[in-house]
Design a protein around this ligand. Structure first.
Ligand SMILES: Cc1ncc(COP(=O)(O)O)c(C=O)c1O
Length: 336
């Protein structure tokens, strides 16, 4: 048995999702003529309370399009020091938008309001002007932490008062929604643009959406085309995303419960667990994490060493109760 807890991007489409893909009505989406894409975009925009949403191949592209739309070369983007665009987007912000990234500290992916305020410098010829605040919810490297809607609204107010735009990297906003009970609309409310991913916990093979105000829609389509993200009969993928929207949102609560179960068992076994997970991501401190992850792999458990002393387990659609029980058994043995 192989229990793959390395990432929630590892899910494979279910049989029902594959059927929905096979039956999708399609057209050329670069011409704006794919009815399944158009329906998905309208539904996601509506749920997020935004005027448009654009289907793009990946969360990385959604973030990069957002940066490009809301900054000018030479600007500065403020974001948490653990944020995805800094760690995992291949330096794209520098190349695609010509911006510098200003990294802000904060516990578990959460920047303090005062930290953000202090980062907003008065205009001065020496500084790169700050153009954009980017916020991640849930915060992946922060431990899958949920940032409450009220805190996000305050962050956005601080940014907007200082004349900055705001972007929400909501790759796992679905998890934040299910865990907190806040609607997607509430979680997205203060942000100018929002990225949500269908290919993480929701289990679609591909796809994210960037949502925002109507005034940005045409430019967003053009930037997507420039980056090579204009796809043709892509309704086959939008159908998978729609299926995920209809069938895989509420069940994220199961992933959260399994992550909590794993965390409790690890703690009981004496591991140096980080704070209890809000959602589907569990971090543990272990010495020589890469070697430890290899020992786990040899026992049929996939987990990623994200630092020399930090290992990550992520629950998702393809990990059931039996998988968690197996994982706990192996971890108890390895604890000594
Ligand atoms: C918080 C966050 N943002 C963005 C992305 C990028 O998504 P993709 O892998 O689809 O490019 C990820 C990927 O895991 C992520 O965790």
């Amino acid at each position: 048995m192989w229990v793959d807890l390395r990432s929630d991007t590892l899910t494979r489409p279910t049989a029902a999702m594959r059927r929905a893909m096979a039956e999708a009505e399609v057209g050329d989406d670069v011409f704006g003529e794919d009815p399944t894409v158009n329906r998905l975009e309208a539904r996601v925009a509506e749920r997020l309370g935004k005027e448009f949403a654009l289907f793009v191949p990946s969360g990385t592209m959604a973030n990069q399009v957002a940066f490009r739309l809301l900054s000018t070369p030479g600007d500065e983007v403020l974001l948490h020091e653990d944020a995805h665009p800094f760690h995992y987007e291949a330096g794209g912000a520098a190349v695609i938008s010509g911006v510098t990234l200003r990294l802000l500290p904060g516990e578990r992916g959460r920047m303090g309001l005062d930290t953000v305020r202090a980062a907003m410098r008065a205009p001065n010829v020496h500084h790169a002007p700050a153009a954009l605040l980017s916020v991640e919810n849930t915060a992946n490297r922060g431990g899958g932490t949920v940032l409450p809607a009220a805190y996000c609204a305050e962050l956005c107010a601080v940014a907007h008062e200082a004349g900055l735009h705001t972007h929400l990297d909501g790759a796992r906003l679905w998890n934040a929604h299910v865990q907190s009970g806040a609607s997607l609309h509430e979680l997205a409310a203060g942000f100018d643009v929002v990225n949500v991913c269908m290919s993480k916990g929701l289990g679609a093979p591909v796809g994210s959406l960037l949502a925002g105000p109507r005034a940005l829609a045409e430019r967003a389509r053009r930037v997507r085309k420039m980056l090579g993200g204009g796809m043709r009969q892509v309704g086959v993928l939008a159908a998978a995303a729609e299926h995920a929207l209809d069938h895989h949102v509420a069940r994220l609560a199961d992933d959260h419960a399994r992550a909590r179960q794993l965390w409790e068992a690890l703690q009981a076994a004496g591991y140096a667990v980080e704070a209890a997970p809000d959602t589907n991501i569990v971090y543990v401190r272990v010495p020589e994490a890469p070697a430890f992850s290899q020992r786990l792999a040899a026992r049929g458990i996939g987990a990623i060493a994200l630092a020399h002393d930090r290992i990550r387990f992520v629950t998702h659609l393809d990990v059931d109760d039996a998988g968690i029980a197996t994982t706990i058994g192996v971890l108890r043995e390895l604890a000594g």
